[in-house]
Design a protein around this ligand. Structure first.
Ligand code: SF4
Ligand code: SF4
Length: 306
């Protein structure tokens, strides 16, 4: 009986994330890392030189991507381009309304007197002005007042506020809402933010936008409610578990809590990624020399812990 020839691998560079597992698996040194970034993915795929390949199949077993390295079966099409189904089969009939662009509109607010307000409230107002109507959270001092304000306002604005059973539940509700194309956010604080990190990574991986307002605690572990800035390090380097970055904004005044929360929604939607807005608890005052169209604000240090 004739032995069946084992297939050699072929590569679809669009599906290769450049993890290098196939390089380690190949004893014949047939696989090298490319020196070119694939413009379709932004990743660096591998390159194959199969002149020494004995078709052992170790590289295909090592590849975690279902369509990265595949066996080159005889007759299989190894090079193809995706085609527009409308060209192949005609336009699919649909009764759905035609999408139209809704241009963004900036509405000037009336001149107001300076307003004294907490940074968490300022952030909540910024989120409402940015169009966020879906907020989920699990209470944790010193961020809770922002969620409390949302719980009062959102039902009157046809919005949704849900106090989830945990931080893990809250971030996964955000995942679902962002997947439906809607702006969403949460208020949390350092140890609560830690509990959300797996969900943040999932959102980054799925390119879903979401805004996380992290009102930082001080110190390691559960921490305390003193002013602190150490979550900046986590937000800048830890989100996505090291394989990517999320946008991180660091407001230092309540006025910036409002402004940067609005900006966070714009940035997260523009770049389809999670954005963290890391504020801190403090009694710092933000003042404006004149009446402005936006609140002039101050924060206060909360007096209770979770
Ligand atoms: S089939 Fe075996 S020899 Fe060929 S490239 Fe893969 S690991 Fe290397
Ligand atoms: S194992 Fe797969 S995804 Fe990783 S570098 Fe090799 S071909 Fe690419």
């Amino acid at each position: 009986m004739a032995l069946k020839e084992r297939p050699k691998p072929f590569l679809l560079p669009e599906y290769c994330k450049g993890c290098g597992r196939c390089l380690d698996a190949c004893a014949k040194d047939c696989i090298t890392l490319s020196d070119q970034i694939n413009p379709l993915t932004g990743l660096i795929p591998v390159e194959l030189d199969l002149s020494n390949c004995n078709a052992c199949g170790m590289c295909m077993d090592a590849c975690p991507e279902p369509y990265g390295l595949r066996p080159a079966h005889e007759g299989e099409i190894q090079d193809f381009e995706l085609e527009d189904p409308a060209k192949l089969f005609g336009v699919k009939p649909s009764e759905a309304p035609e999408p139209v662009d809704i241009p963004s509109e900036v509405l000037p607010l009336p001149r107001t007197e300076p307003l004294v307000i907490k940074g968490t409230y300022a952030s909540a107002l910024g989120a409402l002005l940015a169009g966020c109507r879906h907020v989920y959270g699990y209470p944790i001092t010193p961020s809770t007042e922002g969620a409390e304000l949302m719980a009062k306002f959102l039902p009157k604005l046809d919005g949704t506020f849900i106090q989830a059973v945990s931080e893990v539940a809250a971030v996964n509700m955000m995942y679902g809402t962002a997947g439906a194309g809607l702006p969403t956010m949460t208020f949390t604080s350092s140890p609560g933010f830690s509990l959300m990190l797996e969900g943040v990574s999932y959102m980054i991986g799925a390119e879903l936008p979401g805004v996380f307002v992290d009102v930082m605690r001080g110190g390691p572990g559960l921490g305390n409610i003193a002013p602190e800035q150490s979550d900046i390090k986590l937000a800048c380097h830890g989100l996505g578990h090291g394989n990517t970055h999320a946008i991180t904004l660091a407001p230092s005044t309540p006025q910036e809590m409002l402004d940067l929360t609005m900006l966070a929604f714009e940035l997260s939607f523009g770049r389809s990624t999670a954005t963290s807005c890391t504020g801190r608890t403090s009694s710092r005052r933000s003042s404006s020399p004149r009446a402005t169209s936006r609140p002039t604000t101050t924060t206060s240090t909360p007096s209770t812990t979770r």
